[in-house]
Design a binder for this molecule. Structure first.
Ligand code: MG
Length: 216
């Protein structure tokens, strides 16, 4: 009996999240803002990639903004603030993912009319965020070669639910002895419809291609 109640509760939470995500999406559409959810492990390079994209957009005369999600602290928030753009910080405390309700709440104080593109950096891991869509246009998963060549095999769900998979830190593949082709082959198997791109965000390699893919 106890088990049945738990399962029902879990299903309800996901259902409510779905409804709120749809509401967020309507809000973004009404404000004419394109929104991207970035997922990936801690250290995969999410923040640096978003920073690179921010500068590319600014150079094109577009107005980016960011919602930075972390369990605690404001390190990423401060990095984004240094780009002189609107930024909101969400600390989830003990939760390992953002959800549509947290985004809904954050939007109360976020002026969507002041931006054209919104980046949402999710909490760093590849497990919890999978079940919680936020109402974004595209979901982008970042993995780095330094995490090993088995990341896709270990987290198949999240890749199947994503629009773009980015393999980052490709400049380090040789050093850490990771064969990128193995990751690519796994991704093709698990998520054949997910677009696959490679970046070296530190040296600004592949970011133009990523932005182009996001805009399609
Ligand atoms: Mg980060």
């Amino acid at each position: 009996m106890h088990k049945t109640v738990d399962i029902k509760l879990g299903a309800d939470i996901l259902e409510v999240n779905k409804e709120l995500a749809a509401r967020n999406k309507r809000r973004f559409n009404d404000a004419n803002v394109k929104v991207f959810d970035f997922l990936g492990a801690i250290g995969s390079g999410k923040t640096l990639i978003i920073e690179g994209l921010i500068e590319l957009l600014k150079a094109k005369g577009q107005r980016p903004g960011v919602i930075a999600g972390d369990v605690s602290g404001n390190d990423d928030y401060l990095r984004f603030m240094a780009h002189d753009i609107p930024v909101a910080n969400i600390n989830t405390n003990k939760d390992c993912h953002l959800d549509a309700h947290l985004i809904d709440h954050t939007l109360e104080d976020f002026d969507l009319s002041s931006i054209d593109v919104l980046f949402i950096e999710n909490v760093g891991n590849l497990v919890c965020p999978a079940d919680f869509p936020l109402g974004t246009d595209k979901r982008i998963v970042i993995i780095s070669v330094t995490e090993g060549d088995d990341m896709v095999r270990k987290h198949p769900v999240i890749f199947g639910l994503s629009d773009i998979l980015v393999i980052n830190k490709i400049d380090l593949a040789k050093v850490v002895e990771v064969d990128i082709k193995v990751i690519e082959a796994d991704a093709k198997k698990v998520a054949p419809h997910t677009k696959l791109l490679k970046t070296d965000a530190k040296h600004k390699v592949g970011l133009d291609e990523l932005l182009k893919e996001m805009e399609t």
